[in-house]
Design a protein around this ligand. Structure first.
Ligand code: GDP
Ligand code: K
Ligand code: MG
Length: 298
């Protein structure tokens, strides 16, 4: 049964940091299901993704964000950065994620975006990669000089105990107010959106570093007939040469992207999925404000 409205606690928690520190991995661990795609490549997360978790009287509303882009000022990157800037305002708590023991210019640029008035937790992720833990103390002291952090949490996003502890740390910053979502809701994103994301995740994971990050996925068709979904998607790339990298020899690569995406979509929807994927070239799309918008970036 639901706790009385007067006892419900609910708040927004933004997860921010430079690319690849583990923000989306953390969100998925907190939600308890994959709602945000992950890979070892920067630019995997391109949208503000909300993931919820309701435990006892408290509803945690986590907002995953793209890693702040510091390199190229193209239209896509400007859009990603607007998403980050928008997400840190009007939240109850900020989780600033860095890799334990590290801090560079890219981290500093994100830190500079954090409003002074909002409590911020310093989450030193990938702590499993630190072998000489004593060396973290001087690093921590230097970090404390950089910002008025409310807490310091060394952890690993893929360690369940650490994630459990993080709930307790975050909870006290959330106000007593009615829940915003149902107790069982996990994300505000549709299955159609998830379909595009999952295909893009397989694309990012199955292609090498030579495939530039300016490829995207557009859903052309998403039809539901009972327990069956018919999905047609287009992978958009910037150059002809990139098309070949995705299709692969005798179409092997594209086939694998399709198979892996279909399996995951079948798990997500609990039904059967027919998936068709095409590859198209749209040169210069990532530098074209109008196209960036058409392809679903805010
Ligand atoms: P994001 O760009 O900040 O969202 O980072 P992702 O969640 O996509 O993760 C980037 C990479 O770091 C992936 O290969 C993850 O598997 C890896 N990763 C995330 N958290 C941890 C962690 O706690 N320990 C280790 N060793 N790797 C992690
Ligand atoms: K990533
Ligand atoms: Mg991410």
């Amino acid at each position: 049964s639901l706790p009385p409205v007067g006892e419900q606690r609910c708040g927004l928690i933004a997860i921010v940091g430079k690319p690849n520190v583990g923000k989306s991995t953390l969100l998925n661990a907190l939600v308890g299901q994959k709602v945000s795609i992950t890979s070892r490549k920067a630019q995997t997360t391109r949208h503000r993704i909300t993931g919820m978790r309701t435990r006892a009287a408290t509803q945690f509303v986590f907002v995953d964000t793209p890693g702040f882009q510091t390199r190229h000022g193209n239209a896509l990157n400007r859009s990603l950065n607007r998403t980050v800037v928008g997400a840190v305002n009007d939240v109850d708590l900020i989780v600033f994620v860095v890799e334990a023991g590290q801090f560079n210019l890219a981290d500093a640029k994100v830190l500079a975006l954090l409003p002074e008035k909002t409590p911020a937790i310093l989450l030193a992720n990938k702590f499993d990669l630190i072998h000489r833990r004593a060396e973290i103390a001087p690093w921590l002291r230097a970090m404390q000089e950089r910002h008025n952090f409310s807490e310091f949490v060394p952890m690993s996003a893929n360690n369940a105990k650490d994630v459990e502890r993080l709930f307790g740390i975050c909870e006290k910053y959330l106000p007593v107010q009615p829940w915003m979502y149902g107790a069982d809701e996990l994300t505000d994103r549709s299955d159609r959106f998830m379909a595009a994301e999952i295909i893009r995740e397989k694309l990012f994971r199955l292609t090498g570093d030579e495939l530039p990050y300016t490829s995207t996925v557009v859903i052309e068709k998403y039809e539901e007939e009972g327990n069956l979904r018919r999905i047609a998607a287009t992978i958009i790339v910037e150059r002809d040469g990139h098309k070949g990298m995705i299709i692969g020899e005798k179409g092997e690569k594209l086939k694998r992207i399709g198979t892996e995406a279909r399996h995951e979509l079948e798990t997500l929807t609990g039904g059967k999925v027919f998936l068709e994927i095409w590859v198209k070239v749209r040169s210069g799309w990532a530098d074209d404000e109008a196209r960036v918008k058409t392809f679903g970036y805010e």
